[in-house]
Design a protein around this ligand. Structure first.
Ligand SMILES: *[C@@H]1O[C@H](CO)[C@@H](O)[C@H](O)[C@H]1NC(C)=O
Ligand SMILES: *[C@@H]1O[C@H](CO)[C@@H](O)[C@H](O)[C@H]1NC(C)=O
Ligand SMILES: *[C@@H]1O[C@H](CO)[C@@H](O)[C@H](O)[C@H]1NC(C)=O
Ligand SMILES: *[C@@H]1O[C@H](CO)[C@@H](O)[C@H](O)[C@H]1NC(C)=O
Ligand SMILES: *[C@@H]1O[C@H](CO)[C@@H](O)[C@H](O)[C@H]1NC(C)=O
Ligand SMILES: *[C@@H]1O[C@H](CO)[C@@H](O)[C@H](O)[C@H]1NC(C)=O
Ligand SMILES: *[C@@H]1O[C@H](CO)[C@@H](O)[C@H](O)[C@H]1NC(C)=O
Ligand SMILES: *[C@@H]1O[C@H](CO)[C@@H](O)[C@H](O)[C@H]1NC(C)=O
Ligand SMILES: *[C@@H]1O[C@H](CO)[C@@H](O)[C@H](O)[C@H]1NC(C)=O
Length: 272
């Protein structure tokens, strides 16, 4: 009986606005359902007091959509482990405020006579070295005896081998030494305070201090500041909030706000 809302006259206005409000509230109610992804992406701890949250996620304990694929952490014996270029690293600390983290060779952390066998390459990872990172060089299976000053001997139970393996901070320490007599060499990153007396520590203790990398990821600070938790859906960055999933922050696309605005503008347009 009634004409369609858009062609109505003033006497029917209240009826029309009422219909609009019903429609809008129905929409609002449907999208305001509980957000299970917000619950699923609750920050977790692994071991001590290290909080794991976006862009990191713990495989097996958190959903992969709570972080970025390259930031997958495994929680091994209460220790957070990150696998970069074939090597396991223990996460010693995460600094979310400046997007960086401190890592150490997991074998060093467990005092298992660490022998890094790969150069850490960060190509095709979201990680980068930072100023202050330096290298500890490793030479393995050398036929010439290295100088004692400035080198760390690595025996790992092979004391009676006729080969020598050792680590050193500077190649300059090895003047007159033939590095060609070694079968294999690797450099391991380190980020240590200058001034300490490194020669009084063994190389395992030094490796345990670790090194720092920064990372590149879409920032979550605005979403977090609005009470949300970041994640992905089909590689689209999203902000999971208590009420529903938003695009950037929990305040964007405020549905109550838009209901109010459309209500006011429809009344205004029809009134004049
Ligand atoms: C974790 O807590 C312990 C004691 O509660 C403290 O000694 C340690 O420094 C903390 N570690 C970090 C990374 O904050
Ligand atoms: C790390 O990567 C290496 C090489 O792919 C693999 O052997 C090792 O099991 C990985 N470690 C973890 C904890 O995934
Ligand atoms: C980030 O801050 C921490 C703690 O203040 C610091 O140890 C770390 O070196 C910083 N990272 C970078 C990349 O500057
Ligand atoms: C050193 O030599 C031993 C015995 O020949 C071999 O098993 C080992 O893999 C070598 N290590 C490296 C790092 O080349
Ligand atoms: C070891 O090297 C340092 C610096 O190169 C030097 O000052 C020191 O005298 C050396 N020690 C020995 C015992 O040769
Ligand atoms: C290295 O060899 C040169 C020439 O044999 C010698 O003059 C120099 O003193 C040596 N340097 C060291 C640190 O042994
Ligand atoms: C690591 O890098 C050094 C310097 O580039 C190179 O001499 C060495 O062969 C590399 N080691 C491995 C295992 O790739
Ligand atoms: C990481 O550190 C490097 C070296 O200082 C810098 O060029 C890069 O911009 C940093 N990346 C991030 C995301 O902070
Ligand atoms: C969104 O709604 C909340 C309350 O529901 C309000 O506090 C906030 O100011 C609104 N934000 C915008 C941008 O309208």
């Amino acid at each position: 009986m009634d004409p369609p809302c858009f062609f109505t006259f003033k006497p029917f206005l209240h009826q029309c606005v009422f219909v609009f409000i019903i429609i809008l509230f129905t929409l609002a109610y449907q999208t305001d359902s509980d957000n299970s992804k917000f619950e699923a992406c609750e920050p977790k701890t692994c071991g001590s007091n290290l909080t794991i949250r976006y862009p990191f996620w713990i495989s097996g304990e958190q959903e992969s959509y709570c972080g970025s694929p390259n930031f997958e952490i495994t929680c091994n014996d209460q220790k957070p482990v990150l696998n970069i270029s074939y090597e396991d690293y223990i996460i010693k600390d995460i600094f979310y405020e400046n997007s960086s983290l401190r890592l150490a060779y997991s074998a060093a952390d467990e005092n298992l006579c660490p022998t890094p066998l790969y150069n850490l390459t960060l190509t095709r990872t979201p990680f980068n070295f930072v100023p202050g990172d330096t290298d500890l060089f490793f030479w393995y299976n050398c036929s010439d005896k290295p100088p004692e000053n400035g080198t760390y001997s690595i025996s790992c139970g092979n004391e009676y081998s006729h080969y020598y393996s050792f680590a050193a901070f500077h190649k300059e320490m090895l003047v007159n030494y033939s590095l060609e007599s070694c079968q294999y060499s690797v450099y391991a990153p380190l980020n240590v305070e200058t001034g300490a007396n490194w020669f009084q520590m063994n190389y395992n203790e030094i490796l345990k201090i670790g090194f720092v990398l920064n990372w590149t990821a879409l920032s979550c600070s605005n979403c977090e500041a609005s009470g949300g938790r970041c994640g992905f859906d089909n590689s689209e960055f999203l902000c999971f909030c208590k009420d529903k999933t938003h695009h950037k922050t929990c305040d964007d696309g405020n549905f109550t706000g838009s209901v109010f605005i459309s209500f006011v503008s429809s009344v205004n347009v029809l009134d004049y």
